[in-house]
Write a protein that binds this ligand. Structure first.
Ligand SMILES: *Cc1c(COP(=O)(O)O)cnc(C)c1O
Length: 426
């Protein structure tokens, strides 16, 4: 058996392979820790499925109104068990992460209320949801005000600023776990817990919501274990395990989730309607696989960090820092670097490996974006993918990989394309 020969056939040169092996040798302890987290989380998910007596009947298709859909309801119970919350809304009718977040915000903020982000600017697509960039149907149009407290240098919370920003109008606090398209650090669940405790000390009845996108199963606890009233995410990221074809989730306090269901469907209908359209098997099975899939993606992120760090690029987080999400930012410093990196990721894909990614003006983003993805589920970023807005500091955000081996191939191919473009020397 000669694995190197297989890599050569896929287009990875000896120089890149040798470099990759050197890097991997340094990461053994970190990989062992990632495996231990996955093992714990696998037990957590299986336990929740057993506790909720998951059975074949729960995979049945429902259509039309979807009344009495036991499979849909049980999936929500299982999510609630895993996240240790009173309730959950997990639906294919929630189109994406942005939709889930817009739902959680819109359902729980009323005219005159104030929304506060104590962690700086939110994810790009939320700017229009909130109305930071004017948009039809934004929270701002409905009379919801927005306030933001930026992070201090070094990514620390500005507790003084936050205390000053919280007032009697502050209804909901939104905390984004992952860095998104920023080069600040992502927060650990523990740090989020400290921030929530502080906010609740300032105002005990304030609702704390966490944008959990890309964070699920990276740690053995989730933000809902440290005081979050709602945690929100996308099923084409971590918790869908690569199998969910669409969907989003909101887990949290029963009264808040009830409002989300009223908002998603209609007042009075709530959680009672919503056909599952035959998607439940992939939602359940994806959730079952998610801890393992996330561990592979986390290894890939760490491997990418160490490779590019060794080559002199700034990476966030560094290979020595603990990991709080599956995203790896690599500051490539130029448009050419971003393009070469993304072309490598694309060339490693099982689907659409022959296409060439180009920067384009993507809806919801205010600069051109380049994206590399050759995924079974369109746009799925738990699958191997890389993207980033073409602007300073020309950082590419790498994530996913349904298996560690595939994530590894992606990074090796990115190095190969960088090498061929004369952007690195090995
Ligand atoms: C991906 C993401 C979103 C938005 O999710 P979409 O599914 O792309 O709409 C929001 N917040 C964070 C931190 C994300 O990573």
């Amino acid at each position: 058996m000669n694995t190197n020969e297989m890599y050569t056939r896929l287009g990875v040169s000896d120089a890149v392979l040798r470099f990759g092996d050197e890097v991997l040798a340094e990461l053994a302890d970190r990989f062992a820790h990632i495996d231990a987290v996955a093992e714990y989380n696998q037990a957590k998910v299986v336990g929740a499925m057993q506790e909720n007596r998951l059975a074949a009947q729960h995979f049945n298709l429902s259509s039309g109104y979807g009344y009495d859909d036991a499979g849909r309801d049980n999936l929500e119970n299982i999510y609630a068990s895993v996240f240790h919350t009173e309730a959950a809304l997990v639906r294919p009718q929630i189109s994406c992460g942005t939709h889930a977040l817009a739902l959680a915000l819109g359902a729980n903020l009323l005219p005159g209320d104030q929304l506060l982000s104590p962690v700086g600017a939110p994810y790009d697509t939320l700017e229009e949801v909130i109305g930071i960039r004017p948009s039809v149907g934004s929270l701002r149009e409905y009379g919801v005000r927005y306030a933001q407290v930026d992070l201090l240098d070094g990514g620390k919370f500005d507790y003084e600023g936050i205390r000053k920003a919280i007032n009697e109008k502050t209804k909901l606090i939104t905390i984004q776990r992952s860095k998104g398209y920023a080069t600040r650090p992502s927060f650990s669940v523990k740090e989020i817990g400290e921030l929530i405790a502080f906010c609740k000390e300032c105002k005990p009845d304030v609702i704390c919501m966490v944008d959990n996108c890309y964070g699920e199963f990276v740690d053995v606890i989730e933000p809902s274990d440290v005081g979050a009233d709602m945690v929100v995410g996308s099923l084409i990221k971590n918790p869908g395990g690569g199998l969910a074809p669409t969907g989003g989730y909101i887990c949290g306090r029963k009264d808040l989730i009830e409002r989300c269901a009223y908002r998603l469907n209609a007042p009075g209908l709530g959680k009672e309607v919503g056909a599952n359209l035959g998607l439940l098997t992939s939602l359940y099975q994806g959730f079952f696989l998610a801890p393992t899939v996330v561990s592979g993606a986390t290894k890939g992120a760490l491997f990418a960090a160490r490779c590019y760090e060794k080559l002199g690029f700034r990476v966030v987080p560094t290979s020595a820092e603990p990991r709080n999400d599956i995203i790896q930012a690599v500051e490539l410093g130029s448009r050419e670097g971003m393009v070469a990196f993304c072309r490598g990721i694309q060339a490693a894909a099982p689907v659409d490996s022959y296409v060439t990614p180009e920067p384009w003006p993507m809806p919801g983003y205010d600069s051109d974006v380049i994206m590399a993805a050759g995924a079974f589920v369109q746009g799925s970023s738990i699958e191997l993918s890389a993207d980033g807005p073409i602007r300073e500091p020309y950082a590419v955000y790498f994530q996913g990989g349904l298996t560690w081996y595939h994530a590894k191939l992606g990074i090796l191919m990115s190095l190969q394309k960088m090498l061929e473009a004369g952007l690195i020397e090995l």
